[in-house]
Design a protein around this ligand. Structure first.
Ligand code: TXA
Ligand code: MG
Length: 352
């Protein structure tokens, strides 16, 4: 199967194309579509067979549940059995947008979609094309990120073509993702709202609204052996084929250490790359130097991260050294993804 690739302009979405995409979903097929976070691989969320197809196309373990995407406020309570007051507050503030809420599910949601759990993940994306597509598809679209399992999430249609072009019915190109990292996931089925995956909406922003929020212990201490509450967070993810190491410390010492490591590897004939900020790029000599963005603009760094991880594979890089980034705002999410990609391999110069 070769996916049909169509372009839909978010400022002026083509209704006919949206309808065609919606029909594919209604008939049990799969369509990849743009969202403000990353591209999603959509199927009918109320059809167990569509869920099975999604898992097969991605090569994803079926115990890893899918997020249901909606595009109308009224649809939330059709799939969620309970919506606590705090969840309502958060939705009013951050929906449509990059926030996913875990709630008690209704019977209409198949177990195949929730990986056997009695809870459901729900998101109302803000991307115009995503909204038009979801409505055309009947209102409930189950969608994981549209990458092969283990690869970085796609932030451009070309990434989806690369991973799934031969495995699904249609790919909607709606331009580059605005945010570039997956949505924040907040669980409302525990005593206190709990962040299961950091994203653009931060724990601080949530606390400001709800008064209390905790973060899944597995995210705070990734090496502790604690099993994450979001099943997907336990898998090795995003890792480039080359070996990625994060170097943490002051600006100058970090650059000196990375330059030394790069020189050693290049002397051995290996291909190397350096991930850094725009401001520090000039401190590096050898290797493929890739500035992700300015230290004063975490959003820019977030937007470029996954595309860069894919590029490292395209360029057959064997050893990658990355600076560490500030954990302000979306920085928590950036470092969460970068550490995962590195398999938590960190050289901390402050501790040596
Ligand atoms: O930004 C996003 O969230 C993107 C776009 C396409 O919306 N989607 C996305 O989906 O990142 P996916 O499948 O790659 O990640 C969903 C995460 C997984 O870690 C999964 O385990 C978790 O959400 N999840 C889904 N349902 C859950 C549930 N009922 N309880 C706990 N975690 C859940
Ligand atoms: Mg994913």
């Amino acid at each position: 199967m070769k996916a049909r690739l169509v372009y839909i302009d978010r400022k002026n979405p083509d209704e006919k194309l949206l309808k065609e995409a919606g029909e594919i979903i209604k008939n049990g097929g799969l369509v990849a579509f743009p969202t403000e976070t990353v591209y999603g691989l959509g199927g009918n969320a109320l059809d167990p067979e569509a869920a099975k197809k999604i898992y097969a196309a991605k090569g994803r373990p079926s115990d890893n549940p899918l997020i249901i995407h909606i595009a109308s406020w009224n649809d939330l309570e059709k799939i969620a059995a309970e919506v606590p007051a705090e969840a309502k507050m958060l939705a009013e503030r951050f929906w449509p947008g990059p926030l996913t809420m875990i709630l008690k599910k209704r019977d209409i949601v198949p177990m195949e979609v929730t990986g056997g759990l009695d809870t459901v993940a729900v998101r109302f994306p803000s991307h115009e094309v995503a909204q038009g597509f979801i409505l055309a598809a009947g209102g409930f679209v189950a969608a994981p990120s549209a990458n092969l399992s283990g690869r970085p999430s796609p932030t451009k249609a070309s990434h989806v073509v690369e991973d799934l072009g031969g495995r699904i019915d249609m790919i909607i190109d709606g331009g580059e993702s605005d945010i570039g990292l997956e949505s924040s996931i907040v669980d409302f089925t525990a005593d206190e709202p709990t962040v299961l995956r950091p994203g653009y909406v931060t724990a601080e922003q949530i606390r400001a609204l709800t008064g209390a929020v905790s973060t899944d212990a597995a995210i705070i201490s990734p090496d502790s052996g604690i099993v994450p509450k979001a099943p997907g967070m336990k898998y090795r993810h995003y890792a480039p084929k080359g070996e990625l190491t994060i170097v943490e410390g002051g600006r100058e010492e970090t650059a000196a250490k990375i330059n030394l490591l790069v020189s050693e590897k290049e002397a051995g004939g290996a291909r190397t790359a350096v991930l850094c900020s725009t401001e520090t790029a000039g401190l590096y000599g050898k290797g493929l130097v890739i500035p992700l963005g300015s230290v004063s603009d975490e959003d820019e760094i977030a937007r470029h991260l996954f595309d860069t991880l894919r590029r490292l594979d395209d360029e057959h890089i064997e050893f990658i050294y990355s600076e560490s980034f500030d954990r302000q705002g979306i920085g928590t999410a950036i470092m969460n993804r970068l550490l995962k990609a590195a398999g938590h391999k960190v050289i901390n110069l402050n501790k040596v």
